[in-house]
Design a protein around this ligand. Structure first.
Ligand code: NZQ
Ligand code: ZN
Length: 386
């Protein structure tokens, strides 16, 4: 393993009735003026908005609102929320939504006390020295943003989508009740599943030696996702399946299964280039690009591909070469994604070849990306073209 420090300060409330029991006391730790941050209004359709606002107001907490955070949240939206926080001297942000709302909230939290443009934390190596505290109520299982310090923001003017993280942007607390994900559409549920599965794959493809337990942990998360994916798509109100998937999403990217492991992360970097220009769902981009990446880097370490094929997808290796089994594993990943209804090619989103060079160029603007195999501009272009 690589030497590591593990620190994750988010207080996690999982399961039913936790909001009723603990939200007010958590919020009161940080003050009495709260900004509720949410998206396009889905939280109003199933009673969550009313529940949260009523709980807070009945405890004499002053609630301000900022709505309209878009999927693939935009810098201009974050700017407007920062202004509002400063104007109203907000004590705590409360993000209620999916990864986009949570990520926007992280940017708002870092931006409020900062004199410069919050985009500095995304575009440069600069990181915040202070941040407003924030908590979250998760409504979509996907990103793991509820228990990690990362966030991704899109600058629509420059067509850049960039992630950033800082020890100051962990949520103080997160409430994860799977019932709040019952109304997530089939399509968004599928994108979320692809995203969490991809987070595990990013960590799994690693050359770090002596990570036996980490690999087993990752394999168990992937197997659990596979076992429950179709259940949540067929039965969106199946609490047990929804909760299992939600927990997989949290575990996939809260650092627990990948301590001391150098993951790859090139596919995420490439996907961000695509959604920066075409504004496609993150999970959709990953479903297309991950198998492409796997085919492209196979020779950088065939053993791990073989291990994925045999341990996660139970591919029978009898009478086959290591390479054949590894390739069947890649096919199994593609089949798993498409069995859920995920797209298989960029052309499914009417994306042609015209921007490939520009996306490839931007992906490697700081240097080669990825760790399993370092990718240069031509490599990224080849993966996009595939
Ligand atoms: O805006 P509302 O009305 O809330 O509707 C949302 C949105 O339209 C809807 N939705 C959410 N919860 C719902 C619901 N609809 C009905 N019922 C509910 N309970 O779903 C749509 C998509 O929401 P979004 O938050 O965009 O989805 P997701 O959670 O997949 O987040 C995607 C964003 O997270 C970033 C992605 O790049 C993308 O910008 N990522 C963040 C990461 C992180 N912070 O660690 C890591 C990931 O790799 C990813 O890059
Ligand atoms: Zn992701």
């Amino acid at each position: 393993m690589n030497p590591f420090v593990f620190w994750n300060p988010t207080v996690l409330y999982y399961g039913q009735n936790q909001i009723e029991q603990h939200l007010v006391s958590e919020v009161k730790k940080y003050g009495s003026k709260v900004l509720l941050v949410y998206g396009g209004g889905s939280i109003k359709t199933f009673g969550l908005y009313d529940k949260v606002v009523n709980l807070l107001k009945s405890a004499d907490i002053t609630v301000f609102e900022f709505s309209g955070v878009e999927p693939n949240p935009r810098l201009t939206t974050v700017h407007r929320a920062i202004e509002l926080c400063r104007q109203e001297e907000i004590d705590l942000l409360l993000a209620v939504g999916g990864g986009s709302v949570l990520d926007a909230t992280k940017a708002i939290a870092a931006g409020v006390p900062y004199e410069g443009d919050v985009w500095d934390f995304y575009q440069t190596q600069k990181r915040p020295n202070e941040a407003l505290p924030f908590g979250t109520i998760l409504t979509l299982a996907a990103t793991g943003s509820e228990m990690n310090s990362g966030g991704v923001i899109t600058n629509w003017e420059t067509k850049e989508k960039i992630g950033s993280s800082s020890p100051l942007t962990f949520p103080k607390f997160s409430f994860c009740d799977a019932e709040n994900t019952f109304t997530v559409s089939r399509e968004q549920t599928m994108y979320g599943i692809v995203d969490m599965f991809s987070h595990v794959l990013e960590a799994y493809f690693s050359h770090t030696p002596n990570t036996f337990l980490q690999e087993r942990l990752m394999e168990s998360v992937m197997q659990t996702i596979i076992e429950n994916a179709q259940k949540v798509l067929d039965h969106p109100h199946d609490f047990a399946a929804r909760e299992t998937i939600m927990y997989c999403g949290t575990m996939a990217l809260n650092g627990m299964i990948s301590m001391g492991v150098q993951g790859d992360w090139a596919t995420h970097a490439i996907e961000h280039e695509v959604s920066a220009i075409y504004d496609i769902p993150h999970g959709g981009g990953l479903a297309i690009l991950f198998p492409n990446w796997m085919n492209y880097v196979l020779d950088a370490g065939i053993d791990r591909f073989y291990q994925l094929a045999t341990r996660v997808f139970h591919i029978d290796s009898a009478g086959k070469s290591q390479r054949e089994v590894a390739q069947e594993g890649i096919l199994a990943v593609r089949r798993f994604f498409t069995s859920l209804g995920a797209p298989r090619a960029l052309s499914d989103y009417q994306i042609g070849a015209q921007e490939i060079e520009r996306m490839a160029e931007h992906a490697v603007r700081i240097g080669p990306i990825g760790h399993y195999k370092k990718l240069e501009r031509e490599d990224v272009a080849a993966i996009l073209r595939a």
